[in-house]
Design a protein around this ligand. Structure first.
Ligand SMILES: [Zn+2]
Length: 257
């Protein structure tokens, strides 16, 4: 079976749809002017929150804000700091959209909701795990190694506070104004993974359904992927929406050419 440049090998996928690369004029996440650090948007109204492990994006529409993912426990502080730097009050955060129940994406959600009053949105499968502060993936590692991995990550990343979503999202659901995102069920990395698509501006928030490295993207793969075949199908489905900009959970922004 022929493997495409994007790592697709599902029989239904004949070839990768596009060549994908970093934009050469990609702005830096922040610029320093003397003692003042100015955070630059990736595109107007879309910021990558500095200083968090898994990428977390702040969306700004006038005075209304939303975040895609909330980082590890304590990452809420970085989100609040960025909001402050941009001149927003905590109450301006309307929504916390969570892609999946991994601790590096939902760990800061409970504290961020408590600090802002924002509503938390997630898919059904991941939402149930978030409420129990557990994860949904069946990790493809032998038992003792998996246990060592879990103990280490709990030790390193602190306790995760559970978060019960205020609303469960369905696949294809159009989310309310002001940000006009569409929720997409994109399983593979985890069984209930959700991505978010801004159809007007063609920006895809792909979470961990894809990752980027050195200007290339790949569907989620390897030991931290629940189902690689599903991940490839989900990546393909998202690319058929013709995103112009893909923002992933780990890696740099990708402009689709
Ligand atoms: Zn992640």
């Amino acid at each position: 079976m022929r493997r495409g440049a994007l790592g697709y090998n599902h029989p239904a996928v004949a070839r990768p749809p596009r060549i994908i690369a970093d934009a050469p004029d990609m702005p830096r996440a922040s610029a320093s002017i003397g003692w003042l650090t100015v955070v630059q948007p990736i595109v107007p109204g879309v910021y990558q929150v500095p200083g968090v492990v898994a990428n977390c994006y702040l969306l700004e529409s006038g005075r209304d804000l939303a975040v895609i993912d909330a980082g590890l426990p304590y990452s809420h502080r970085a989100v609040l700091r960025l909001m402050r730097e941009l001149g927003h009050q905590p109450e301006s955060l309307q929504a916390i959209f969570l892609t999946h129940a991994d601790r590096d994406h939902m760990g800061g959600a409970a504290a961020l909701r408590a600090a802002t009053g924002a509503r938390v949105f997630a898919g059904a499968i991941e939402g149930e795990a978030m409420a129990a502060a557990s994860e949904t993936r069946r990790v493809g590692l032998p038992g003792p190694i998996r246990m060592a991995f879990e103990v280490t990550s709990r030790f390193l990343f602190a306790r995760v506070n559970p978060v019960i979503p205020d609303r469960i999202l369905a696949d294809g659901e159009d989310l309310e104004a002001p940000l006009g995102l569409m929720a997409l069920h994109t399983p593979g990395h985890t069984p209930g993974h959700m991505s978010f698509f801004d159809a007007k501006r063609r920006i895809l928030f792909a979470g961990d359904s894809m990752r980027s490295f050195a200007g290339r993207m790949r569907p989620s793969f390897g030991a931290n992927t629940d189902n690689e075949l599903q991940a490839q199908e989900s990546a393909w489905r998202q690319l058929t929406l013709n995103p112009e900009l893909i923002l992933v959970g780990h890696g740099t922004p990708i402009w689709v050419k």
